[in-house]
Design a binder for this molecule. Sequence first.
Ligand code: MN
Length: 210
Amino acid sequence: MTGQKMESASQKKYELPPLPYAPDALEPHISREQLSLHHDKHHQAYVTGANADLEKLEKARQEGTEVDMKALLKDLSFNIGGHILHTRFWPSMAPAGKGGGGTPGGALADRIDREWGSFDRFKAEFTKAAASAEGSGWAALAYCTMTDRPMIMQIEKHNTNVYPTFQILMVLDVWEHAYYIDYRNNRGQFIDAFWNVVNWDAVNKRFENL
Ligand code: MN
């Protein structure tokens, strides 16, 4: 029992990654207040939540007690999903005109053209996926290595409608907590703003490293 406890105490935990730019770097499209709150409070809450869920499992193992497995794993999926998606979201953006905005280049540009016919058609479909995500959710550009095709994924909460194991190249958070300070209830304005800060170089690098 003691040995198990020591091992458990040394297990790695999830950690909040720092923003890859200053919190005001995405202004005026995303304000310092909006970005700081989103990263420091909301993302942190999923990290804290995932670690707490794992600790509940570890504690029950050590004490030989039961947990409500269904409820706990549902919560763990939600929290890990939130952590992973936010961790991918921050580097999917860069300051406007300094890596953010414009259109993709490199191999990704060709692949988007082949799949959607044009960048504008891709942008329109992605925008619609983001705008129509029900309740709290995300739009993502994912990649299927079975068919070698990029696909748009619309995620509800952090973990529903996910295509399991598909690589996520780029992701946009459309939870209200992502935009409410800057855009109130106008999700469409926030999505328009996102296109000014999307970091296509980073997305293209992810694609080339698949
Ligand atoms: Mn969020």
